[in-house]
Ligand binder design. Sequence first.
Ligand SMILES: *Cc1c(COP(=O)(O)O)cnc(C)c1O
Length: 420
Amino acid sequence: MHDIFSSSLSRIAPELYALGIKERDRLLNGINLIASENLPSLAVIEALTSFFSVKYAEGYPGKRYYSGCEFVDIVEETARNLAKEIFGLDHANVQPHSGAQANHAVFEAILNDGDTILALSLDQGGHLTHGHKVNFSGKRYNVVFYSVDKETQLINFDEVEYLAEKHKPKLIIAGSSAYSRVLEFDKFGEIARKVSAYLLADIAHYAGLIAGGHYPSPDSADFVTTTTHKTLRGPRGGLILCKGEFKEKIDRAVFPFLQGGPHMHTIFAKAICFKICQTEEFKRYTKTVIENARKLCSGLIRQGFKVVTGGTDCHMFLLDLTDLNITGKEAQDILERVGVFVNKNTIPYDPRPPAICSGIRLGTPFITSLGVEPEQMDIVAEILGDAILRRKNEEIISTKVRDFSKEVYKMCGIFDLYNR
Ligand SMILES: *Cc1c(COP(=O)(O)O)cnc(C)c1O
């Protein structure tokens, strides 16, 4: 073996290569309902393996610290322009390595230590970076949480307004990882203007649906942050958009304050992802994602499950298991054993601690990308019913799961990438 440099992964490290194959097969033989995961298209994966991963390009287009940036400048400029077109704000920063970094940068750009943030708490559907005590955001800032209504489980805008007037936050965050209904950005915007707070819309989960025109756009926000790998179906990464007046502050917060060299291959892949977002096919995919989620939701309700808020307007929803004598953690574990992947999730006012929970979150982006259609969702609902309600023999359910995936996944060609 003299040619390590040009040998394939399977020759260099067969045991690690085998893990990659196992992971592919896990995804292909199971039903992945994790709402934050998705399968990027082949062009995005190709972009991720491009030679742009080599390039150091600290700075921004036209203002770099390294030579040789002719092409990365065009790539980053293209990604920024496409992002602005899609989400309709004045400025885009495509360098954040992830959604958490994007939020961190917005906070750094406009907040001082001790400033007040008003956000939805993690256990009600918010995100760690929205002021949870174990996160930097909860340590550095004074965080006040709004909540959802106990009865309707919808965001309680009377409370948002009351807390905004009482605490005069500098920043209000409209965003969630588990809220299945429409986030009323207009209402948040009105309240933010009333108390002279900035509004951040964290659309990490909904970005693809917004790009596809099937979820309201956060036009009233001063800042928009998102991941690019959830419903948007791009590479793992983050994105910030903002009004023109905040351009310099945002750019300085990302680099040099928080990050070093941008991941240019990822930015290349973000540009590809944004181009795909503008196609009719992408719009159809986002419509189907929501139809699939709604169909799954109604199928589960018919089987006797309780759904938080009673339905969904997006790609995901929460099952409330409190009446079923099973915890979220137990449900997640049972489902994993039969090849169905979900995550346990607190439901609003959950009586159990977060590590156990009383809910699971279900989402349809991944299986929709694999070609699953609404008429096939009843089978998925039945499988979940067999596993959780009827506690059927695991062998039988596993077989059903494998049959389902064999029958309906149409986009498997993408997985051939790993067969080389
Ligand atoms: C996923 C998510 C993030 C964080 O994204 P990472 O890429 O995991 O850092 C931030 N905000 C919300 C609302 C999210 O759902």
